[in-house]
Design a protein around this ligand. Structure first.
Ligand SMILES: *Cc1c(COP(=O)(O)O)cnc(C)c1O
Length: 358
């Protein structure tokens, strides 16, 4: 974390409210009980910061973490996190052995991954979650490949190379009928695997969307991402309507004031920090209690129209936050910029200091 000093060049900052994160995780975990929460902390916890979010999420009731790739799992292990971790994005340079020996559970969707696990020479069996594609076509064995993948895994389990823990898939969240069809496909794939000799301790399918609205898809646990950060996975509702609180507040200092008929303030944040350049004509930010339209976004600054309000150097503008002070939420900002809240928060550049409260 960067220390923000009053005499230093004023910096934008992303204030991360860990109390809000804990509220969301506890709220979602109650909703899905007796299923459990696997908190998705990929992409540096959607831009919020891996370690503080992991710790707060576990305090609030998450029982495992989804990390995407093995190196993020190793970071968590080195920080002392002992709960189950699931990594499923593997490439040619994946260090399988390090992952297995750090007890990182591995999402496996292709035969070459089982081959790599067998060749890794780790000192213990790899714990694997076999992934079947149920229609999303993103990183899962097709229904044609599935029986072969299951048979290879069962064989490796007999030889003590892997321990099969789970079967899983990912829903497209395209429509209720598409998700229902994918759920039926998942059940069929699980039955097929069991007929081939696989036994699963856990099944998992749902992310935020199905976790909230599709109780029959919750199985052993729900992999909650965006909802835990305070945003709705649905187009027809906001996070607030689901009882969620946005965790990130993005702030920037006023670095220049131009006084005229109407005041214009330059803020020390720009597209290099992750501010979208699309939809500027619709966008406004909160400055001294008032919404100020955005005039221009440059690389490391942006210009807003402060109207007749009094603005001084060092005042703080809020680009987005929980919305409780009159600032836009990231969901609103995302609408203006024709994107989604996930991209707004994950896109905040690494150089913007994260400051933790709550
Ligand atoms: C990102 C991700 C999630 C979380 O998705 P949200 O829609 O953000 O809740 C769950 N599962 C997998 C496989 C993911 O990649």
């Amino acid at each position: 974390m960067t220390i923000v000093d009053a005499v230093a060049e004023p910096l934008p900052r992303a204030v991360i409210d860990l109390a809000a994160l804990r509220h969301n995780v506890a709220h979602l975990t109650r909703l899905i009980a007796p299923a459990e929460t696997m908190l998705a902390v990929k992409a540096d916890a959607y831009g919020h910061g891996l370690l503080p979010i992991a710790e707060a999420g576990l305090q609030a009731g998450a029982t495992s973490l989804a990390v995407l790739e093995i190196p993020a799992g190793l970071l968590l292990r080195h920080a002392g996190v002992t709960v189950p971790l699931l990594a499923w994005l593997h490439g040619q340079d994946t260090d399988w052995r390090a992952g297995i020996e750090a007890d990182i559970e591995l999402g496996v969707s292709a035969a070459w991954q089982l081959d790599a696990i067998a060749a890794a020479g780790a000192d213990r069996p790899a714990v694997v979650h076999l992934k079947v594609d149920t229609g999303l076509s993103r990183n899962g064995a097709t229904r044609e490949e599935w029986p072969g993948l299951v048979e290879s895994a069962v064989d490796l389990q007999r030889r003590g190379v892997v321990r099969i823990r789970a079967a899983w898939s990912h829903l497209a969240d395209a429509s209720i009928t598409a998700d229902a069809a994918a759920l039926a496909e998942f059940r069929a794939a699980v039955a097929e695997a069991e007929a081939l000799g696989a036994r699963f301790e856990a099944l998992h399918l749902a992310a935020s969307s199905a976790g909230i609205r599709m109780p029959e898809a919750r199985f052993s646990f729900v992999r909650f991402g965006i909802a835990a950060y305070g945003f709705s996975p649905f187009d027809d509702s906001t996070g607030a309507e689901l009882g969620l609180i946005p965790v990130m507040r993005l702030e920037a200092p006023v670095t220049e004031v131009h006084v005229g008929g109407t005041a214009r303030a330059r803020l020390g944040i720009g597209y290099a920090d992750g501010v979208p350049t699309l939809g500027i004509a619709k966008t406004s930010v909160l400055l001294n209690g008032r919404r100020c339209p955005v005039v221009e976004v440059a690389a490391d600054s942006m210009l807003v129209d402060a109207g007749r309000s009094r603005v001084e150097l060092g005042d703080t503008a809020i680009l987005f936050g929980p919305g409780t002070a009159g600032e836009p939420t990231a969901e609103q900002y995302a609408d203006w910029a024709e994107t989604i809240a996930d991209e707004m928060v994950t896109g905040v550049a690494a150089r913007v200091p994260r400051v933790y409260v709550g």
